[in-house]
Design a protein around this ligand. Structure first.
Ligand code: 2NL
Length: 366
């Protein structure tokens, strides 16, 4: 048999219900739960007080109190779930991810024109069967000059033109002077000394000369090439270099002229010119000639200096300045920005890494 709740419990239930509905967040709801159902809570206290009542009264009030306690606990749970649901809805609304937004731009970087030219040279000579070789920037004066048949008192060897380093190479190199290489030839000298012929190599890389003005940088880049076999002739030299120049300048009818010259390390030696128009600067047109590289048949003394028998082996070599052919190809008129690291210049003249130099019936237009 049940009767109406005593007035104090009705009042407590109403108060608790209102407070639970009014709780705005998990923390205040939890504080409310502690104040009602915790060890010092009001309902807990009323339950504890039952012990003082006579048995009959205690049973009835106990049952009611317990029901009230269950109702309060259920109301708190419902309110907690409500608050959690609202918090999740708010987070979902605030943190919504729009996967249709375009990605933020990320800096891609560009290939420096010097690196691009080296890539193109490697692609062209690579297709002809040449391998790429590199050597150290610091050489000794035998590998840089002596082995190349450059005489002791040649002007190129003077301190005025060449960076010599303090101290000398120790040990097996017999106290030779240390020098920043003035061309990449020592890379080829090392190739010949290190293995038996035949050789087909190119050596692109940094080179150094004590020269600094508007058209000369103390550090610059060169690419040399070397082809040695049993019967390599001047005809092979001409064919390779004509093919190279026509591929590099992307002009299959580029005029190429070989002009007699002199280098201590080749015999005979030839300067190579391409046709251009002096007035407009246009490569391949006009009636003027522009010197573009040096070449020749490797001097027998150079082969012998490297332990290669010049009666059994012969071939050609050539050398070119990377900055120079890069400027000509792209119409760059000033040498200095190559080494200044100005990003505005690089953005103008740089190349996309996503379009590397690839040969397909000549180089693809950059
Ligand atoms: C030029 C001229 C040249 C070579 C470089 C060479 C290398 C060896 C043997 C013989 Cl190991 N020759 N290199 C030959 C002819 C010309 O460069 O005007 N360079 C910018």
């Amino acid at each position: 048999m049940t009767s109406a709740l005593p007035a104090d419990l009705v009042e407590l239930g109403r108060e608790a219900g209102e407070a639970i509905e009014a709780a705005g967040d998990a923390a205040s709801l939890e504080a409310l739960r502690v104040s009602l159902l915790g060890r010092q809570g009001r309902l807990t206290g009323l339950l504890r007080d039952l012990g003082a009542l006579p048995a009959e009264e205690r049973r009835e009030r106990g049952a009611r109190l317990n029901r009230l306690k269950d109702q309060v606990a259920a109301a708190i749970t419902r309110r907690r779930e409500e608050l959690e649901g609202a918090a999740l809805d708010a987070a979902l609304a605030a943190e919504r991810l729009d996967i249709t937004l375009p990605p933020r731009p990320s800096p891609a970087g560009l290939i420096h024109p010097i690196s691009r030219t080296i890539e193109e040279i490697v692609a062209i000579f690579g297709a002809m069967g040449f391998s790429v070789v590199s050597g150290p920037d610091i050489e000794d004066d035998w590998l840089n000059f002596g082995a190349l048949n450059i005489p002791e008192h040649h002007p190129a060897r003077q301190d005025m033109d060449t960076f010599y380093l303090p101290g000398r190479h120790a040990g097996s190199l017999g106290g030779r002077r240390r020098v920043l290489r003035t061309h990449t030839s020592p890379g080829q000298i090392r190739t010949m000394r290190g293995a038996a012929p035949p050789y087909r190599v190119i050596v692109p890389g940094r080179t150094y000369r004590a020269d600094h003005d508007a058209t000369h940088s103390p550090m610059f880049h060169q690419c040399e090439g070397l082809a040695i076999d049993r019967a390599i002739t001047l005809g092979h030299l001409k064919g390779c270099l004509i093919d190279f120049l026509r591929a590099f300048f992307a002009n299959p009818s580029l005029p190429v002229r070989f002009r007699s010259s002199y280098f201590p390390f080749t015999e005979p030696s030839m300067e190579v010119d391409i046709g251009w128009d002096r007035r407009t600067g246009e490569i391949g047109g006009g009636k003027d000639w522009l010197e573009i590289l040096g070449s020749g048949m490797v001097h027998p003394r150079v082969l012998a200096n490297c332990g290669v028998d010049p009666r059994a082996w012969q071939g050609f070599a050539f050398g070119m300045g990377i900055e120079r052919i890069t400027m000509l190809k792209h119409g760059i008129t000033d040498l200095r920005p190559f080494f200044e690291g100005d990003l505005r210049w690089l953005r103008h003249y740089g190349f996309s890494p996503l379009q590397p130099a690839i040969l397909h019936e000549g180089l693809q237009p950059g």
